[in-house]
Design a binder for this molecule. Sequence first.
Ligand code: ADP
Ligand code: MG
Ligand code: MG
Length: 947
Amino acid sequence: MIKHSIYRFGGGATDAADAGVAGDKTLLGGKGANLAGMAAIDLPVPPGITIGTDMCAIYIAADRSFTDDFLAALTDGIGHIETATGKSFGDPSNPLLVSVRSGARVSMPGMMDTVLNLGLNDATVEGLAAASGDARFAWDSYRRFVQMYADVVLGLDHGLFEEALEIAKEDRGFADDTQMGADHWRALVGEYKAIVAAELGRDFPQDVNEQLTRAIGAVFDSWQSERARVYRRINAIPHDWGTAVNVQAMVFGNMGDTSATGVAFTRNPSTGEKAWYGEWLVNAQGEDVVAGIRTPQYLTLAARDEAGARLPSMEEAMPEVFGELGRVFDTLETHYRDMQDIEFTVERGQLWMLQTRAGKRTAPAALKIAVDMAHEGLISEEEAVARVEAQALDQLLHPSLDPAAVRDVVARGLPASPGAASGIAVFDADTAERRAGAGDRVILIRTETSPEDIHGMHAAAGILTARGGMTSHAAVVARGMGRPCVSGAGTLSIDAKAGSLKVAGRAFAEGDMLTIDGSTGEVMAGEVATVQPELSGDFGVLMGWADKVRRLGVRANAETPADCRVAREFGAEGIGLCRTEHMFFDAARIAAVREMILADDEAGRRVALAKLLPEQRADFAGIFTEMAGLPVTIRLLDPPLHEFLPHADKDFDEVAAASGVSVEKLRARAAELHEFNPMLGHRGCRLGVTYPEIYEMQARAIFEAAIDVAEGKFAADSSARHVASESPNPSHPAQAEPVEAPARAALRQAQGERGGEGIVAPIPEIMIPLVGTARELELMKTVVDDTARAVFAERGREIAYLVGTMIELPRACLMADEIAASAQFFSFGTNDLTQTTLGVSRDDAGRFLGQYVDKGIYATDPFVSIDVAGVGQLIELAAQRGRGARDGLKLGICGEHGGDPASIDFCESVGLDYVSASPYRVPIARLAAAQAALAARNRSGDGKGDK
Ligand code: ADP
Ligand code: MG
Ligand code: MG
């Protein structure tokens, strides 16, 4: 290492390794760490230096200037590149050219700046022409440099330069850049320099050292750019990381027909298929492939054939280099043990590696690659589990286009990011954001996207572009975000200003409905029906590995038999929250519910409750049948009663007729029930305390249903779940592959115990909501236990059950030891616990919470991810106090946080027994729970190391 955080690589230098920072992306950035890494395993990497990320903050703090010491160290670094290449920086007789490349800790595609061909000026360009024997190449390189430098360093609009190029071609009647000769490029450079002088009142800098330091400064500055900040906010990347800068000898893909440039993935980033996947261009420089200026060619013959492309693949055109590239792919996969995303350049037949990194991939690809690599022995099963982002499974669990639906296909592009999306057409990012914010689903349509579009892409349900390949900005960003994307649909004629699209003789305006299929590349008019996903074998395999690793149980929040069935098929091991209020809203029952609420006295309420009992019993029987053998946590009535009150006159008439009470009296009673702050009003167990007969009826319905199911009374029902017949129901789309979840094991075991007689008894866990004091729970538990005794006596049969409470008030957390005296389980209701701890009403938080997150008051939305510092402290305390008072107290979480991976990690760390999530999030929770277990294992390993 030279000093001042400058690390040499290539040409035999091993600075990073010598300093003990090899592979350290925090310091070297991803690009720098891997350039040094590739050089260290003897892959062909042009020599260069990496300026560490620490210099970024120093430079910014020093008013964006460099110290003399740093500049001296930089000169030494350039000396290394000169020695390694035998060229000399700024020397007209044999000029060294370099690229100045940004490289942060994580890749931020297209966000940061790079300058190529630096070191060219009016003198060195002649030297380059002479040394290469190719004047056209030299002047082409110079004009590229002037334009890039003017854009990135001097801050001039690149449109000015593109316009000048267009005019230059038009004047000569050229359609293509390739028709431009040496003299044409030379003339254009003259025009470019005139543009710079006119815009800035200063000549284009000829001093190569000035070029270099200003370019390095500009890369550091690009870390602070608006678009980089937006990207970091969306991707939760800290602003203080900074970027590294790599200065590297140029290699030239634009030296004629034996030269080329390209990008490649070692496996297909869309599907995960184990096949090289890439695009390349003959006689071009790096940016050309990504920018969509020319249509790139396919790397492999197979891909070319499949696409029916006209231009030859690299496999055909440069078989030797292609073979070498393949060997490099294998070396890199073995070395980094992951799918790699690679940039390469071929200079007159010689292959050079310019970048490698773990490739971004879609959720289906991530899944397939992880499972394949474990099968190949490249990684362990546990690593495979850790590799797939839990949240990303969401993409696999959601609908795709119904193959049977009629598709009005108007165009075809590249299948750039899979999944289907329907939405209204919008033509710019701001509109996309605005209309999505207003609740529309939008398809963002652009000729091509640029980093300025990032907020609109984020807001869009899908992205459609007219230009650009599978590695274009739109494609890469969309895959990263999990948005369906069709890129390069060349027949689209888009007028963004007018907000219109013409294609196949038809016109679409902003607001017209379109559908895109990112898996096939089809673009369709109107909305197309979707179907549930067919979960592939890999999914089941990975889930099986996850289940082996995880400690936390995973349950589902569900309250209908249909939801329960989905939950079971996704591997839920029970129900963590079955709300009972929706059952009260049912049209057939609401009259009886209202009668109950509006009754004057207990006798009146009992009459109405008697009508509800058989209905509730049937509800529970349906759920228990689906959940045979598994625990089902049922929360007794929770919401404020006024939610059930009649509003319309005819509702009042109906209740009056059913109960024999006058409409006037009912209205007076309804007015009495008005509350100023219902969330903190007469709800939860407060209802049970004042009207115990309500909870008594619900408890009775639960016990009677449980016994009915255990006795097989519902087994004849077609919806019944027979333990013996686990065959998948073909009418049900979401069918998880054979999952050897603990749930199934428990079921088999229970089945064994019952000799396979039929439906196994469920295990009701009766949950009392909104408890704040031990006495409340004690009273409610007595109601439930008394009812149980009565029902068991009547039926001559007992079943196991638990009584516990939902912990959703700070007082309950503080008093957890006393409450645990009569609670057999706690379930943290983190929605209300967050509201009551923060003193924030979730329904009203929309107006300010976004700003709170933007301003860093809360790191993330506390209703999405648990506020670990505050709410988390209460949960941890309640868990400790509760378990201190009662050994083996069962602890779970049933708020929406139960499906959020970060919150699940927290649940693991405080030792909860299970999490409960919505049915479609159950697989996410299973995977997140496994990852949390692995992380906890690593943490405890580190902990030991510290001592
Ligand atoms: P990004 O992170 O945006 O990809 P890069 O720093 O990787 O930016 O560079 C942009 C393009 O320039 C890439 O295609 C890269 O391969 C090419 N490039 C960068 N450095 C060199 C070099 N020394 N020689 C030739 N091409 C280069
Ligand atoms: Mg790159
Ligand atoms: Mg609640």
